[in-house]
Design a protein around this ligand. Structure first.
Ligand code: ZN
Length: 202
């Protein structure tokens, strides 16, 4: 099922994801829906926060992209496309090497792209959708996408990594986007009792 993608200004994008202890049928369904949503939106990665769920869960697929990636599993280089899509639960990134400027977009920021510095390569350990530990090293676009999505899982957005000149030039657009998103949010439900005269509170 294609889910609505949360846009900038929604508070869930700033929440840290909750650890997933077990791969339940609900988690499997969520991962499948996230992949479907990502593809429908033409994206190469999606974090759970972006569909409104603050969980340590991301999906990615760089198999169709013309931007290069490499993937090392167990020390051996493998075919990237053959291992796509990937679903990572509770991912941890380590051993970042290099620094590369590259163009990024984000499904939560329609129409905005910017050059962002990311490590050129990194190691990833996570739990796979089969519940087993998953470890690999990656470079290029795959490394970039995983770093971008991993940021989402911790409430960090790509605008936080833009240089200040870019951020200044986007300030108006971002403000508008934030306002639009917040205007569309359902009103906060009043807590029981609030607004009632003191005399009738029990
Ligand atoms: Zn994003």
């Amino acid at each position: 099922m294609v889910l609505p993608v949360v846009k900038y200004g929604h508070p869930v994008l700033r929440l840290r994801g909750k650890r997933i202890e077990a791969v339940t049928p609900e988690i499997r369904e969520l991962a499948a829906d996230m992949l479907e949503t990502m593809r429908a939106a033409g994206g190469v990665g999606l974090a759970a926060q972006q569909i409104g769920r603050p969980l340590l869960l991301m999906v990615a697929d760089v198999g169709e992209s013309d931007r290069p990636s490499t993937l090392h599993l167990g020390g051996a280089e493998v075919d990237v496309a053959a291992h796509m899509p990937i679903v990572l639960l509770n991912p941890v990134i380590s051993d970042p090497v290099g620094k590369e400027l590259g163009l990024e977009g984000c499904l939560s920021f329609p129409s905005i792209t910017a050059d962002i510095y990311r490590a050129d390569s990194c190691s990833v350990s996570a739990m796979g959708l089969d519940g087993r530990p998953l470890k690999f090293r990656c470079t290029g676009l795959l490394a970039r996408v995983i770093q971008h999505e991993n940021d989402h899982l911790h409430g960090v957005l790509f605008i936080d990594r833009m240089d200040s000149a870019t951020k200044v030039s986007l300030a108006g657009t971002l403000k508008r986007m934030q306002k639009e998103t917040q205007a569309a949010l359902p009103p906060v439900r009043k807590r029981a009792g609030r607004g009632l005269p003191t005399s009738v509170r029990t």
